[in-house]
Design a protein around this ligand. Structure first.
Ligand code: NAP
Ligand code: MG
Length: 501
């Protein structure tokens, strides 16, 4: 089976076998080899996945996808032009009548096969995700890949029950869906997009982010392996221009975008004058609120999980911590203690808590925010003891105290392992401070009192509110934002609405 386009020997160097331990200045720790030590098969060069085949882009251009922990090139990936997007949309259009005409039960069978294949290849997908994106293997292994498979299982179950999900209607697919995703949860975002679309009888053209295309391309192989009808899923790799070509394409019936608020606003303007349907999952600056009666040790774990999970590259990260004034000093002390145990380094090491920053560009952005934090008068707490590797892109997790609500680090999305700590006195003050943000994606509330939980939660402008926990995701639960965090929901019964007429 041909799974990739042939490498052109003149342009492409074979990827070097990665010695991650050496790359992070290893030799300090010796571990027994783990199953994750095996390097998955990565082709030298990948084509575009259109009409069920890997084909060369019309321009013949490719770009490098690198490992941000080592700066090594992993593979060359095809750069799709608007003409390639055209081909992918046509393939999706051609496949639409047969896929939409299939019974829900049979669509579900294909989706169960995808889900099971993802589980069978879970280790390979996890290693690939970690190599290409820089996230710790324990996260890709225990969170990203299991949740991606769970989204396919869940939506496979809906495929033949749509009339129960949307009672009183005769649900029809929207048509060809253009889906654009970011680099922070590449495989998980892919499944959040593709699974509901397929369940409802749509066909898709999906663009992964430029820095993290490899698991999407491995997913394309899975579509081949399970015999998914050709053209139902098409993957076009490329940068922002490829996404723009999709947004402007007249043959696409719906755009589903996850990414930054800036790009989301531009997409909304382009789509406004057309008949396209649109859902936007955008940025956030979420509040994690700790009341004085909370179980503090649990809350500290929630703070760590909230902001340092996935290097803080999380749209719903609890990046603004609001602590009741009476316990502020204790929380800062406990947080300092806990952070002194966090390990930054080799993402392939199972003991690593914070891996590599996804790209040089993102690291530069985070560093600009760090400088602003200190210039505006906040105090930086640099308490993580790890020594950073010389190669790769790294940022030690840190937090700031003395932060004012007007400070840049309290207002703008940093998308890195940086926490702004603020305080409040009363529940009303906590609510008004938490809501003082252009974003409205998520929030966390920590208290021992059930009545306070629900009273505060219902007054927060946030699409998701976690109570005495944080960053919990489940395919049965709708996810999405308010205000500048976007509109539309992914997951749950609500998520199906976006993919039905
Ligand atoms: P981004 O720059 O907006 O990119 C997102 C995707 O859009 C990428 O595939 C990107 O391609 C593509 N793109 C860039 N310019 C485009 C344009 N003009 N037209 C169409 N597509 C375009 O965001 P990011 O930096 O990758 O991701 C981080 C952001 O995503 C954060 O703001 C985060 O909060 C948000 N996010 C939100 C959610 C949610 O559910 N609300 C979930 C995850 C992430 P290239 O990357 O190849 O340039
Ligand atoms: Mg990469």
């Amino acid at each position: 089976m041909s799974i990739v386009s042939k490498p052109s020997a003149s342009k492409i160097e074979a990827p070097k076998r990665l010695d991650l331990r050496a790359a992070i200045g290893g030799g300090i720790f010796e571990y027994a080899p783990a199953p994750e030590s095996v390097r998955p098969e990565i082709a030298d060069q990948y084509g575009l996945f259109i009409g069920g085949e890997f084909i060369e882009p019309i321009s013949g251009n490719h770009f490098a996808s690198m490992n941000p922990a080592t700066e090594d090139t992993l593979a060359m990936v095809a750069d799709a032009s608007s003409a390639d997007v055209d081909r992918a949309v046509q393939a999706a259009r051609d496949a639409l009548p047969a896929w939409a005409g299939l019974s829900g039960k049979n669509r579900g069978k294909y989706m169960y096969r995808i889900a099971r294949r993802m589980q069978e290849r879970a280790r390979e997908l996890a290693v690939l995700e970690t190599l290409d994106g820089g996230k710790p293997i324990k996260e890709s292994r225990d969170v990203d890949v299991p949740l991606a498979a769970a989204h396919f299982f869940y939506h496979a179950g809906w495929a033949d029950k749509l009339k129960y999900a949307l009672p009183g209607r005769d649900p029809k697919p929207v048509g060809v869906c253009g889906q654009i995703i970011p680099w922070n949860f590449p495989l998980m975002m892919l499944s959040w997009k593709i699974a509901p679309a397929l369940a409802c009888g749509n066909t898709v053209v999906l663009k992964p982010a430029e820095t993290t295309s490899l698991t999407a391309l491995r997913f394309a192989q899975i579509c081949q392996e399970i015999g998914l009808p050709k053209g139902v899923v098409n993957i076009v790799t490329g940068a922002g221009e490829t996404g723009k070509a999709m947004v402007e394409h007249r043959g696409i019936d719906k755009i589903a975008f996850t990414g930054s608020t800036v790009v989301g606003k531009a997409i909304a303007k382009t789509v406004a004058s057309t008949k396209k349907k649109l859902t936007l999952e955008l940025g956030g600056k979420s509040a994690n609120i700790i009341f004085e009666d909370a179980s503090l040790d649990q809350a500290i774990e929630g703070i760590i999980e909230g902001i340092y999970f996935n290097q803080g590259h999380v749209c719903c990260a609890g990046s603004r911590l609001f602590v009741q004034e009476s316990i502020l000093d204790r929380v800062v002390d406990k947080l300092t203690d806990r952070m002194s145990t966090l390990r930054v380094g080799d993402p392939m090491d199972k003991n690593t808590d914070v891996g590599a920053i996804n790209s040089k560009e993102q690291l530069d952005t985070i560093e600009r925010f760090l400088a602003t934090g200190e210039n505006e008068g906040a105090t930086k707490h640099d308490v993580c003891p790890s020594t950073l590797p010389e190669k790769g892109y790294w940022c030690k997790p840190c937090f700031y105290t003395g932060v004012q609500p007007s400070h840049t680090i309290a207002r703008e999305e940093i998308f890195g392992p940086v926490l702004a700590v603020l305080s409040f006195r009363t529940p009303d003050e906590a609510i008004s401070r938490a809501n003082n943000s252009p974003y409205g994606l998520a929030a966390g509330v920590w208290t021992d009192k059930g009545s306070k939980i629900f009273d505060v939660a219902k007054k927060l402008d946030a699409g998701i509110v976690w109570l005495n926990t944080y960053n919990k995701f489940d395919p049965t639960s709708p996810f999405g934002g308010y205000k500048e965090s976007g509109f539309g929901r992914e997951g749950g019964r609500h998520g199906l609405l976006a993919y039905c007429q």
